[in-house]
Design a binder for this molecule. Sequence first.
Ligand SMILES: [Zn+2]
Length: 190
Amino acid sequence: MLLLIFFIMDLPVLDAKRFAKALFELNGRKNFQFRNWLFLPGMGFGDKQKWWSGGEERLQSHEGVDICRYEDTCGNQCLLKKDTKVPLLMSGRIVAICDDFLGKSVFVKGSAKQGRWIAVHAHITTELLCGDFVEEGDAAGQIASGRSVIPAHFHLSLIKYDSFKLPDKLDWHFLNTSDQGIFVDPFGTK
Ligand SMILES: [Zn+2]
């Protein structure tokens, strides 16, 4: 466990507040009035239920976090809307972009100094291209439209892959059929 924490700490990006600051800056908000991300049951890492359908069970445990709500410094609950720009979790290279059920998913392979990590930014629209080199905090894209029963939000997954070989094709089929042990809570809260 200590080793895992060491590896997570080794990544410069996995801090919920730091990520929020990047998001606020990217969206041109000068005042950083952020206390916490808020996760309904089902939005958190490893959660078993769907948060948008009355607790119906997911096909597999949640492989990341769903983000659209936060608490500001006054205790107000705030919602991120469609088209909010989403910052990249880490610097590296775009190794895949695929469709997901709400938009696109952008897979970033961390730069060598960050170790063997893949970050997935999902349910967004994006202008990035496969092969692009990107920097932490730059825009991965913007939150895509939700559906009638699924409010607009974005999803982050973090994969550590030093113990297995990555497939040639990275997509949701890979995420849905992989051993759940490859996923790490992006903000290390569980
Ligand atoms: Zn999700």
